[in-house]
Structures are given as structure tokens and as C-alpha cells.
Ligand binder design. Structure first.
Ligand SMILES: [Zn+2]
Length: 492
């Protein structure tokens, strides 16, 4: 018995350690012995062999029935009974090339995203020309990176003529959509009209401001980012702010955001959620980016900081009014308690929205508030489970729903014949435990190198070996730390 157990452990380890297919641009690949999660919410099935040809899933079926494929296809990738899922989609990404003045050159982010199973990102604001260039390079497989959908940001209030100039120039650059943030009603309405004229999708960060979710419903916004505008649209009057409230002070802003959901009128909220569903306004809640507000201790002691926290992020995360989201200089237990409560009402609103037929997607917004690229999205999945969704639904949010909102629902987001081969191969069962998606050396409880982890992330049929990319990231972080010792969250 012991011999057999050792034999299987050894097999599993061998599959994990073999990185010979990493970044191999092969025309044909057979993934063998895979338990398949299609992505649409149906239960896992298999074990199957998945035949990939020219980046497309050509066949999928019982390995015994299709055993001739095992002979005709030369390259095999043995999933070894592990789970194969559609590649995850990060609907709220910011590509960053430096942070807090410290160079953070790629592929730091690209490797982390891929290693955490992310095959597509929706970039909601970054250095536009550079990111468009990388979108091209990624599509041609000249760099190792997720596929990119680029939505440049337009923030604040503008005259209609200026918006026209900006949006026309973005359209000429062939962007995939637009991100709007913190606009007054007039700016938002004019900008939304222009987006429609050019057929551009809109992601809207709707803060506590002049406009709210009702304006998104009227304009047919593609996604509401985060959440503020939803309860804001369900208030009786305005939020009960204290007299010394100053929205420009981020400590105030995030403190009183934690007291917003409880002021929403539940009947009104129901109408807002129904309005969003009727107008096909999807919701990208980014639960993860607020988690430090309800549990600062957890956020500042994340186990992946040691190996993967870039010093640029570490510096940016230090409490400072100059860094957006680094507002914790006066955070109190009372703030955390309000936020814990805030989350419960938010969770219920998300469930109600989904039950009405609303589309929920997944995004991380990492690079802010103690969130590290890739790890943020994996935590988002766990938080969506905490909100009351079955892991199969959570995976649907991260794959099928997100692909649909990107306008890619016919090509991406499913393990299905005819779909693009964007897949992840997991050394474990994420339906039983979403934490098996964490990189192998992070697995908090088992500490066992032979279990857990995404082993392969496949984009366009090209396999990328997650442990190999993570090792490279650890080296990048080490080198950058030698030049930039910060010693705020990590001490060597
Ligand atoms: Zn953002």
C-alpha cells in the first residue's frame, strides 16, 4: 500500500516538475486524463482527453473511446486526473510599468497573472500606447502575457467638445472600450453617447457623486465597477455624513463608504438591481480590493508578500495621502466592524442581482490596497463564494460571464469544442476547495509540494508552466529588493 501511494505521489510530482512544454508553440496538443469544468455551471466531468489544434479545442472525450488520438497526437500534457478549467478573466486590471517611482518592468505582472490562471485581462487604465503595443505582442505570442482588452480611463468632468476629441482619438487607436470614473451627470451622459456612437463598451467606476446606478441604467453602461453607485441610488436622500466629512480625504472617503450599504432602502435597492438587470448592466464588484477595510491584519500579512511583493508595491502601500488607496493611517476597529457589516449587505445585493438574472464578473484591481497581481483575483473567487455562490457559479463568473461581457462569449470562457484553448490545468479539485488554485508554495495548510497549484496556464493552445514563471518572479523581486530595500511589509 505504501509503495503504491509513493508511486502515485511520485507520478504527480513528475508531471508538475516537467516544464519542457513551457512556451512551446506547438500546433497540436493532447491534454490527457483531465477532469473538465466546462465553465457554464455544470458539474465536473471526465476523465477526458482534450485535443487542441491551432489554438482551438477540436475534440474532447472519454480517453478510452478516443484512444487513437493518443497515438496520432505527438505532444501530450498529462493532467494526471487534475482539473481543467477555462482560463480565468481579470476584468479589472491596471498594467503598471513602475510603482512609487520604482521600476516594475514586465514580465513581473504578466507572469503573476498567468501563473494565477489568468488568460485574459481587461485593462482599465494604464500607459495606453505601451499597453496597446503589448496587446499586439501578446496576440502574436511575441511576449508571454495574457490577452489584453484595453479600456483607457477618462476621469472627472469635461466639456463635450473635449470628450469628443479624446474618445475619437481612442477609437482611432483601436481600443476595446472605455473606462469612465468620477464624472458628473452631464459629462457621463455626453461620454456615454460618444461611446455608443463608436460602438465602445463602457466600464464605469461610479463613486459617491452626482450620478449613480440609475444613470448607468439609462445609458446602458456595460459594467459597474466596484459598488458605490448601487446603494447610492437606493438612498432616501443623501448619506448621513458627519459635518466634518471631506471626500478628498481618503481616510474619510473609505471610512464612510463602509457605512453606505446600511443606509440603502431595501425596496429601492430591489428596484435598482432590477433596473440593472433589465438594462443589461453587468456588475464587476471587485470584493477583494476592499478586504483590507474589514481585516487590515489579514491584508498586511499575506503569505505571498515574502516571495512575490515587488518593492514598488510595498512602497506604494505605505499609508500616505499621496498614494490612492493607502488610507490606513487612522484605521480603527470600529471602521473594520462597520465594513464587516457592509460586506454582508453587499453580498446579499450581489446574490439578489444574480437571482434576478444579473451578470456578475470577476476583477481584482491589484496594485492598490495591499493587493498583488493574480493573487487578488484568486482571493476574489473565494470572496464570491463567501457571498453565497457555489464554486461552480464563481468559476462561471470568472469565465463565461466575463467573456460574455467582453463580447467574446462565442470564443472564450468555456472548455468546449470550437472555443479558443485558453485553459488552466490544476493539480487538485478547485470545486472542493478554491484554495488549491494558490501557487504551490503558498498552500497554507498542507505544506505539501505535491498537491495544489495551477500547473499549466494555456493561452491560444500554448502551454505556460506556472511554477517556472513564479520562480522567475521570485528572482525579479529579489533583484529589485536589493536595489530598493523598503522593509515595510517584508523584512529580509
Ligand atoms: Zn481600478
Amino acid at each position: 500500500m505504501r509503495t503504491i501511494f509513493w508511486f502515485f505521489s511520485f507520478l504527480s510530482f513528475a508531471v508538475v516538475a516537467d516544464n519542457s512544454l513551457h512556451n512551446q508553440k506547438i500546433d497540436e496538443l493532447l491534454i490527457t486524463d483531465a477532469m473538465v469544468v466546462v465553465g457554464v455551471g455544470t458539474p465536473p466531468e471526465g476523465p477526458y482527453d482534450i485535443h487542441i489544434k491551432d489554438g482551438i479545442i477540436k475534440q474532447m472525450g472519454n480517453s478510452r473511446v478516443d484512444s487513437d488520438l493518443r497515438k496520432s497526437v505527438e505532444q501530450h500534457l498529462n493532467a494526471d486526473g487534475g482539473y481543467v478549467l477555462p482560463g480565468l478573466i481579470n476584468m479589472h486590471a491596471h498594467t503598471m510599468y513602475q510603482r512609487a517611482g520604482i521600476d516594475m518592468a514586465q514580465p513581473y505582472q504578466h507572469y503573476l497573472w498567468l501563473a494565477c490562471g489568468i488568460t485574459s485581462i481587461r485593462d482599465l487604465g494604464s500607459d495606453l500606447d505601451e499597453t496597446l503595443k503589448q496587446r499586439e505582442q501578446s496576440a502574436k505570442h511575441e511576449i508571454i502575457a495574457p490577452r489584453m482588452f484595453v479600456y483607457p480611463g477618462i476621469w472627472g468632468n469635461h466639456l463635450e467638445a473635449d470628450l469628443e476629441k479624446t474618445i475619437t482619438s481612442y477609437h482611432k487607436k483601436k481600443v476595446d472600450g472605455l473606462k469612465f470614473g468620477m464624472m458628473d451627470k452631464q459629462t457621463f451622459t455626453a461620454a456615454s453617447k460618444l461611446a455608443k456612437k463608436y460602438g465602445l463598451k463602457v466600464a464605469n467606476h461610479v463613486g459617491v457623486e452626482d450620478m449613480n446606478a440609475w444613470d448607468n441604467i439609462k445609458a446602458g453602461t456595460t459594467t459597474i465597477e466596484h459598488w458605490y453607485g448601487v446603494p447610492d441610488a437606493a438612498l432616501k436622500g443623501v448619506q448621513n455624513f458627519p459635518p466634518d466629512m471631506n471626500y478628498s480625504n481618503e481616510l474619510h472617503r473609505f471610512r464612510y463608504a463602509g457605512r453606505l450599504w446600511r443606509e440603502a432602502d431595501l425596496d429601492k435597492l430591489d428596484m435598482v438591481l432590477q433596473g440593472m438587470v433589465d438594462a443589461s448592466v453587468a456588475w464587476n464588484p471587485t470584493l477583494v480590493i476592499y478586504e483590507a477595510s474589514r481585516d487590515l491584519q489579514r491584508a498586511i500579512s499575506s503569505p505571498w508578500f515574502n516571495d512575490y511583493l515587488h518593492p514598488g508595491l510595498e512602497k506604494f502601500f505605505q499609508p500616505s495621502a499621496d498614494s490612492h488607496g493607502s488610507f490606513f493611517w487612522g484605521w480603527t476597529t470600529t471602521d473594520e466592524v462597520f465594513w464587516k457589516n457592509n460586506y454582508q449587505i453587499w453580498f446579499k445585493a450581489l446574490r439578489d442581482f444574480a437571482e434576478k438574472g444579473g451578470i456578475i464578473t470577476t476583477g481584482e484591481d491589484a496594485g492598490y490596497i495591499y493587493q498583488v497581481f493574480g493573487f487578488g483575483l484568486l482571493r476574489e473567487l473565494q470572496l464570491q463564494q463567501e457571498a453565497g455562490f457555489h464554486p461552480l457559479e464563481v468559476i462561471k463568473h470568472a469565465t463565461v460571464n466575463s467573456a460574455k461581457v467582453l463580447g467574446q462569449g462565442e470564443k472564450l470562457g468555456q472548455v468546449r469544442i470550437g472555443y479558443t484553448a485558453d485553459l488552466i490545468v490544476v493539480n487538485g479539485n478547485p470545486i472542493a476547495d478554491l484554495s488549491v488554485l494558490w501557487p504551490r508554495n503558498i498552500q497554507p495548510l498542507t505544506g505539501d509540494e505535491s498537491t495544489g497549484g495551477i500547473i499549466w496556464t494555456i493561452k491560444d493552445g500554448i502551454p505556460y508552466h506556472a511554477p517556472t514563471m513564479l520562480k522567475a518572479v521570485r528572482e525579479m523581486v529579489k533583484t529589485s529588493r536589493a536595489d530598493n530595500p523598503i522593509n515595510y511589509l517584508v523584512t529580509e
